[in-house]
Write a protein that binds this ligand. Sequence first.
Ligand SMILES: Nc1ncnc2c1ncn2[C@@H]1O[C@H](COP(=O)(O)OP(=O)(O)OP(=O)(O)O)[C@@H](O)[C@H]1O
Ligand SMILES: [Mg+2]
Length: 372
Amino acid sequence: MIKVRNLSKRFGDSEVLRDVNIDINKGECIAIIGPSGAGKSVFLYCLNALQPHNGGNILINGTDIADKKTDINKVREKMGMVYQNFNLFSHLNVLENIILALVNVKKMPRAAAIEKADKLLEMVSLIDKRESYPDELSGGQKQRIAIVRAIAMDPEIVLLDEPTSALDPTMVGEVLAVIRDLAKQGFTMIIVTHEMNFAREIAHRVLFMDEQGIYESGTPDEIFASPKKPRTIAFIKKLKTFNYNVKSFNFDLIAMCARLELFCDKYNIERKTVNDTNLALEEMITYILHHCYKRLQTPNIDIIVEYGDIDKKIAIEIVHNGKPVNPFENIVFMADGEGSDTEDLGIFMVKKVASDINYKNEDGLSKFRIKI
Ligand SMILES: Nc1ncnc2c1ncn2[C@@H]1O[C@H](COP(=O)(O)OP(=O)(O)OP(=O)(O)O)[C@@H](O)[C@H]1O
Ligand SMILES: [Mg+2]
């Protein structure tokens, strides 16, 4: 259905896409992920000729979109586009927004267009908003209307560019539900998203874009559970890490725990693991802070929590930049030869919940790796 051959796209001297090749079949749902600036949006814009490409070919059902003989409006009619910022007309109400192109482009009789719009509004549970203006809607509602507007044209392909990234977290779910529904109905879809769990759930294929093109592609399991190329591995790994830095004695422990909870929620990490991780982190930080306090040092502690998708385990990395400390030895390694600490209850608890504890003193840093 879509054939891309050696696609390249430049802005001035900067080449954003180089030699991109991909075939997308009818009914396929493709998720595009990748770092900011990788060219994900530009790729979508090239596909429906919102931006002209500089080299190669894009064939939609065999029609070369850059061919002078091609009626680009006809090609675009087959493609529905949903933008991050909805792009609804603010001076038109919901119904008029939806039927505008149906009546003016598709030349559908107004009554039939309204009937169609109402059916779709029912589908996304927004029929009671048909007379409202975009400004009177929440972000999630606006985006559902934007999706309806795209679908109303009976597109063969739906392109979505980060449809949930402008939304308040509480509204993401309702929009993802609508997109999930479209995927089930068998629409050919290409969705650029930062919602990795969603991409994993609905996509048949995931494209990771980087280095001016499709750097790696595969099934969701291949890309998320066992990526092969270094940049994909780094990207996926980074997604599954939680970082925190403690730089003062009165750092906000509750805020850190709340952020850790959110991180754990995202990966459906089981309750016991979450509790054990919380406990180990709290005790370790308390211990190191106490150590810093006794030695009149300003604390500087880096925390990285990593979640392994395959073994479903958490690894906590704690890097303390200051006088060395290792509570897991009875003797505290101290350059100034000051006494020894005995094990305290907190550290005893960390030992209990950890499956493995590793300590290294490297480059003047105390590094702990604690597996839960
Ligand atoms: N109209 C433009 N003129 C010049 N450069 C552009 C234009 N549009 C995009 N670019 C550049 O092309 C590159 C890719 O941009 P693009 O918007 O496709 O990134 P992206 O992968 O969608 O990133 P994000 O995840 O932040 O949305 C960027 O370096 C960007 O600065
Ligand atoms: Mg983008």
